[in-house]
Design a binder for this molecule. Structure first.
Ligand code: ADP
Ligand code: ADP
Ligand code: MG
Length: 467
């Protein structure tokens, strides 16, 4: 087992990894930028090393600095968290050549899954259904048009290196294709340093359903069931739950079996998430695989009682699956996670600054993963996620009531957050009935604006009548 782990991340996920290490009796090393000097991950790690100025490229994404910190502190392993260097195969390679274990899959697998059109091809070859789409990287607008005609409009042009919902454009007809192609290419090049594109059939109102897997070094891959992540803004998740209201035991078992065989054949190791879209006929299509711990992993932890981060560490240390899981994995109750971002709740513009008041909710079935605190500063340089509020209930209704009351009792002052938006989602009759798909948020806004406008005209009418 490892003696000491360096956490190459910040914020709530760095703290989450520190928690797992503490429970396993492993010492921790935090790295931090000058903007994060007063962060909780620095405070709670056994050691902390400043690796540079606030800008990501000069600190958390600076591979030589991160590796130097790992070498100076003499760690056995690096946990990358999510985002940042988590899916950077070069980083994983440099880590391993420095004789430090990278807590994640082998670099060749990260590389394969990181090129999304290659991942599609690999999955299709293994018998996992994919959406109709192009083969390989698109050579140019001409090839994109040929594939779009073959697949049929609408299509979605996507970045091969994509992540975080960026570099995507919906194309509804031939005339729009050249403009959308150029826009997607420019956005992908700016965001990922790689303008490669592919295209897929666009599904109008899909659900996003993903499967959590764990794999040991000896070919055993288990599926821990699904998460429904259809509540999104700009193709980024806002609220996740498990189980999905659309899943049946039979479908879950079938997909679990397919994934376990496919990933074992590919040589997958450690934790990963396989993302699918579900169409109106409840058919699932693979869209991508994330080769890391995911933001929404706590909902799976809440219903399975498996600690996924501890599992990652044990698997990376070479433990076999039986030793990691210690028995069959069950599923109990229903869990929901709300991502609390430091953002304006309608415009989604980032909101950095000082948190003046912070009161997190508690009580039965409530979990909060956060590195935020009263008087703490949210720097403008990083991801806007500042807290995750997770609840578990005996069923979906109890989880919803519990989340609604927890949101009511969650106070963050001094900056904008998405808490008010989550309160609106939880109060919505369609959400409560489980009628959700990836277009839920824009439709919620439309519905509520219409209701507000109607209330407005009726109050004008009333005034007119009685004034
Ligand atoms: P998840 O399902 O875990 O939320 P996301 O794809 O939304 O997966 O990404 C998780 C985190 O990683 C987010 O904070 C996102 O901004 C960040 N991220 C994802 N892809 C990239 C990338 N290619 N470069 C930088 N950050 C990324
Ligand atoms: P990223 O790497 O940015 O996470 P994904 O391929 O996982 O990209 O897609 C992110 C989201 O974009 C999905 O959850 C879904 O809302 C939307 N999306 C992706 N592909 C399609 C598609 N073919 N049709 C409709 N929506 C899609
Ligand atoms: Mg995705």
């Amino acid at each position: 087992m490892f003696n000491k782990i360096l956490i190459a991340n910040r914020g709530e996920i760095a703290l989450r990894v520190i928690c797992a290490c503490k429970e396993l009796g492993i010492r921790t090393v935090a790295i931090y930028s000058e903007a994060d000097r007063n962060s909780l991950h620095v405070r709670f790690a056994d050691e902390a090393i400043c690796i540079g100025p606030p800008q990501l490229s000069q600190s958390y994404l600076n591979i030589p600095s991160v590796i130097s910190a790992a070498e100076i502190s003499n760690v056995d392993a690096i946990h990358p968290g999510y985002g940042l260097l988590a899916e950077n195969a070069n980083f994983a390679e440099v880590t391993e050549t420095s004789n430090i274990t990278f807590i994640g899959p082998p670099p060749e697998i990260t590389r394969l899954m990181g090129e999304k059109e290659k991942a599609r091809a690999a999955m299709a070859k293994a018998g996992v259904p994919i959406l109709p789409g192009s083969e390989g990287v698109l050579a140019g607008e001409g090839e994109a048009l040929e594939w779009a005609r073959q697949v049929g409009f609408p299509v979605l042009i996507k970045a091969s290196a994509g992540g975080g919902g960026r570099g995507m454009r919906i194309v509804r007809n031939e005339e729009d294709l050249p403009g959308m192609f150029k826009a997607a290419q420019a956005e992908a090049a700016a965001a990922f340093g790689n303008g490669d594109l592919y295209l897929e059939k666009f599904i109008e109102r899909p659900r996003h359903i993903e499967f959590q897997v764990l794999a040991d070094r000896y070919g055993t891959v288990v599926s821990l069931g699904e998460r429904e992540c259809s509540i999104q803004r700009r193709h980024q998740k806002l609220l996740e739950e498990s189980p999905s209201t659309q899943m049946t035991g039979e479908l879950r078992a079938t997909i679990g079996q397919i994934l376990s065989t496919t990933l074992s054949k590919i040589g997958y190791v450690n934790a990963g998430t396989v993302e699918f879209l579900m169409d109106e006929d409840r058919k699932l299509y693979f869209i991508e695989m994330n080769t890391r711990i995911q933001v929404e992993h706590p909902v799976t932890e809440m219903v399975t009682d498996v600690d996924l981060v501890k599992s990652q560490i044990l698997l990376a240390a070479g433990e076999p699956m039986e030793a990691v899981l210690q028995g069959p994995v069950g599923h109990r109750g229903h869990a929901i996670e709300c991502r609390i971002n430091a953002e304006h709740p309608e415009k989604f513009t980032p909101s950095a600054g000082k948190i003046t008041a912070f009161h997190p909710p508690g009580g039965t079935g409530v979990r909060i993963d956060t590195a935020a605190y009263a008087e703490g500063i949210i720097p403008p340089y990083y991801d806007s996620l500042i807290a995750k509020l997770i609840v578990r209930g005996k069923d979906r209704n109890e989880a919803i009531s519990r989340m609604a009351r927890a949101l009511e009792m969650f106070i963050v002052e001094g900056i904008y957050t998405t808490i008010p938006l989550h309160r609106r989602i939880l109060a919505d009759p369609d959400f409560r009935a489980g009628r959700v798909d990836t277009t839920f948020i824009p439709r919620l806004f439309e519905k509520q604006e219409k209701a507000a406008a109607e209330a407005d005209t009726s109050s004008v009418a009333r005034k007119g009548k009685y004034a």
